[in-house]
Design a protein around this ligand. Sequence first.
Ligand SMILES: *Cc1c(COP(=O)(O)O)cnc(C)c1O
Length: 370
Amino acid sequence: MIPVNAPIITQESKMLINRALDEGWISSAGPYINDFEKEFASYLGVKHAITVNTGTAALHIALLAAGIGEGDEVIVPAFTMAASWMAVMYTGATPVFVDVEPDIYTIDPKLIEAAITSKTKAIMPVHIYGHPADMDPIVEIAKKHKLLVIEDAAEAHGATYKGKLTGSLGDINAFSFYANKIITTGEGGMVTTNSDELAEVAIRMKDLAHSKGKRFIHDALGYNYRMTSMQAALGSGQLLHISDFLSTKKHMAELYKKGLEDIPGITLPVTRDWATHVYWMYAVLVDEQKCGISKDELRAKLLEKGIDTRDFFYAPNTQPALTDKGLGRESFPVTEHIAQNGFYLPSGLAITDEQIETVCATMRSICQGI
Ligand SMILES: *Cc1c(COP(=O)(O)O)cnc(C)c1O
């Protein structure tokens, strides 16, 4: 079986985890958390990086720090992972969905202003599959309407927009370090910001909101979203190799492109000239007419041949968690089209050239009926 994602755990990570254990640093106290936060902030070039226990928690804390709650609206792309809109709903706010661009699958800036109301407080662009959203027009709209920008950079560590790293462009932003992300801590997340005020709220809210004056007096409803030292040690050991990981992803994408580009009816990922794509996942669309096979049939045949793949995220109007509350019921033509016809190929960091060549050859033989 060629797995859809096989991670790489570096030697440095193993060494650092063992050292944390030997020294007795197993909770979120101690130097490992501080080190990982400093290293990540310095990698991104931001003032504050705040560890949390998942990417979903990072989004929730970013939204809370931004002061979002009951009665507010947050604009999110219709094509994204559920954590983006669920985090909005945790705060009591309402996610308002906007369709995405047909080539890069990120929020379409041309459609944002029509979704803004007097209740809108923030826009959450998601850098989907590792391709940045078109940030300049988004930031411009946010400025004009006095909204905050909260990047969901869970899939885009190391991606750049006009030379700047994603996760450093919004007011407060979120990363995930889940097992299949560009760098991993197993489970984990990070909130990033250049604002001292937002960072202060984020640090308090992820740790039960102890009051500033007196510990164990709580002046707000906080959460326990703390990361462990073992996870931070794993993260530090991963971060040392992020440029190797990004090269591996680039090489993977080049091999896939070479192996798949002349198969009729398969649309490969594109990169805008202002972006570097980190190919969190190598995502393709199937044109059933031209391919003579639907996406579902193609995925089933790949699985028969030992190749694991995943569907794209589904449209909001198919999610009972939303539609039961009267949300996300509108039609989003681009999202619906790509959700219907898109899937991603094995894309883990441990994938070999041979495995990629096998995937390409198998795709070719299925699509061309040979
Ligand atoms: C993975 C992911 C998240 C959530 O991260 P977890 O660490 O799994 O909670 C949020 N948004 C996007 C776009 C993701 O891909």
